[in-house]
Design a protein around this ligand. Structure first.
Ligand code: A2H
Length: 253
């Protein structure tokens, strides 16, 4: 990580259906607002391959009003940053409609903008940091070793993780081809490096580095508006297209 601010793309994932646990807490408190889980990503060009969305099950989230029509689910920390970046319409002011735990969000169905899976489920990821991004991570197991390893854990032990198996049943879909690793770089790296779970932090850090560099410098888009284009060139274009469509925002910290 560099010393300057990190430029993320914040992806708006609208709630289609709340989990049972969330539903008890949220009904009536939202006064007709559209609610979005907002995920911070460094890889907007991979959004075609979203299969789910992750939250930290033991983290605290809020539902924050951004204007009269919309509210965002994220950490308090991220809501405060948004209030000073012109994302919230009430500059410097944080309006929390309610607080909700990550575990209560699990099982919520959300829209996944630009994804080949138009709607995906919220699942738990133990390694989500409260100190980074929005605390919401969109999951792309084709290109993110962390997402791939976490999903493998969830599929192995759905009862332990308190999820329904069908919530984690979307397979990775090819988004980027690289000469060295084919169409599904993350599963390939997880296999080659014998990564067993999301807890294999050291190997995952290495796999993440390889996937990032290989994808960025040698990858070619397999899907979407910029199919056939090199990732290096497609990345800012996909980002801009998502922002233009009102499905994403620039977010820095
Ligand atoms: B990335 P950096 Cl396909 N805790 O998005 C843990 N991880 C978080 C997070 C948090 N609070 N907030 C964001 N992230 C993840 C896509 C992706 C990402 C792909 C490949 C690699 C990759 C889909 N998940 O990240 O520490 C988000 O996952 C590898 C670096 O600020 C975000 O981008 O550099 C990335 O980590 C931000 O990590």
């Amino acid at each position: 990580e560099g010393l300057g601010p990190q430029e993320y793309t914040a992806i708006k994932m609208e709630v289609v259906e709340w989990s049972e646990a969330a539903n008890l807490a949220v009904v009536e408190k939202l006064s007709g607002r559209k609610v979005f889980l907002v995920a911070a990503t460094l890889r907007p060009e991979t959004m075609y391959g979203q299969t789910n969305c992750f939250v930290g099950p033991s983290l605290k989230y809020g539902v924050f009003a951004m204007n009269d029509e919309e509210a965002f689910v994220c950490t308090y920390r991220a809501a405060r940053n948004m209030a000073f970046q012109g994302i919230s319409k009430m500059r410097g002011e944080i309006k929390q409609l309610l607080e909700i735990s990550g575990s209560a969000l699990v099982g919520t169905l959300v829209n996944a903008p630009f994804s080949l899976n138009p709607q995906v489920y919220v699942l738990p990821m133990d390694t989500v940091l409260p100190s980074k991004g929005t605390g919401v991570v969109t999951s792309v197991p084709s290109d993110s070793p962390d997402d791939c390893a976490t999903l493998t854990d969830l599929v192995k032990k759905p009862a332990f993780y308190k999820i329904k198996p069908e919530w984690a049943s979307f397979p990775p879909t090819p988004v980027i081809n690289t000469p060295g690793f084919g169409d599904l770089i993350a599963p390939e790296l997880v296999k080659r490096m014998k990564i067993q779970s999301q807890k294999d932090a050291k190997q995952l850090a290495e796999a993440k580095e390889i996937a990032y560099k290989e994808g960025f410098y040698n990858g070619v888009m397999l899907v979407g508006e910029f199919k056939g284009m090199r990732v290096e060139e497609a990345k800012p274009r996909v980002r801009e297209a998502m922002i233009q469509a009102g499905l994403a925002m620039a977010y820095a910290e």
